[in-house]
Design a binder for this molecule. Structure first.
Ligand SMILES: O=C(O)c1cc(C(=O)O)c2c(n1)C(=O)C(=O)c1cc(C(=O)O)[nH]c1-2
Length: 248
């Protein structure tokens, strides 16, 4: 038995360090699309493209949380997890995260219809988000919970984003930014709960290793979403198509 293991598994400190290392190296805060966003270098069209595509993610979050609930036979865990669905769906009208995201969309000049008919959703974004839902439907629930732990790293990114929008994108009305404000607190609560459940129920070395892989998979899918958006909105695709036409 090594110092970092208790019995056959990692102790809490080592497990936590493994999870944090994944976030440190792979979280989408370092993606160039986010760098551009946070440095104020996105055009209004690029901001709108991101908002419309991220709406597909937002809409699917409560669906994946319902998948986790449906796979979990432990009442106490379901009680802890349940609020995530209403946090996003709200209980009426435009309550909740999805309503707040719709307000963000309106503030950037998008219509509700544009978001809801998914006309802007890119294939790569759809594949990535659908993969997340599928993952949570098919993996053991503690592993699905571990995949949500990207939220450990979300509050810092939200604070940076909020400041960036205020400074560089004043054309986005302030009430449109409520989603980011509310997620700073919500993501901290969610990630604390997710972390404690992961610590408690990923209680063998194979489960701990799978939890770390689940977090890595989640980082990959968040990264892929931004890759798809960067390709679409950077102008490269258009340039390549025009060159192909010119070349006959
Ligand atoms: O804008 C972001 O960078 C970001 C990242 C993440 C994340 O790290 O998974 C989430 C969110 N936003 C978010 O708004 C959100 O509701 C959310 C739920 C979850 C999840 O996996 O359960 N992640 C995230």
């Amino acid at each position: 038995m090594t110092q970092t293991q208790c019995g056959e598994r990692w102790n809490r400190e080592t497990f936590l360090a493994q999870l944090r290392a994944v976030g440190h190296y792979k979280y989408h805060n370092k993606h160039p699309f986010h760098t551009y966003m946070n440095e104020g270098r996105l055009t209004p069209e690029q901001v709108r493209g991101w908002v419309a595509n991220r709406f597909y993610y937002q809409q699917n979050i409560p669906i994946k949380d319902a998948a986790i609930l449906s796979n979990c036979p432990i009442r106490e865990v379901r009680r802890i997890w349940l609020h995530r669905i209403t946090d996003h769906d709200g209980l009426q009208n435009d309550d909740g995260g999805i309503g707040a995201w719709l307000k963000l969309a309106t503030a950037t000049g998008l219509t509700r219809a544009e978001l809801q008919d998914e006309r802007h959703v890119l294939p790569g974004v759809r594949f990535a988000v659908d993969a997340y839902v599928q993952f949570t439907r098919t993996k053991p629930w503690p592993i699905a919970i571990a995949s949500s732990l990207t939220e450990l790293f979300a509050p810092d990114l939200m604070s940076t984003r909020l400041a960036a929008f205020k400074k560089y994108y004043p054309w986005v009305a302030d009430e449109g930014l409520d989603y980011f404000r509310s997620r700073i607190t919500q993501a901290s609560i969610d990630s604390d709960q997710g972390l404690e459940l992961t610590m408690a129920y990923c209680d063998t070395l194979p489960l701990q290793e799978e939890a770390v892989k689940a977090l890595s998979f989640k980082c990959d899918l968040l990264w892929s979403m931004l890759d798809a958006m960067m390709l679409e909105y950077s102008g490269y695709k258009k340039k390549w198509s025009e060159e192909a036409v010119a070349a006959g």
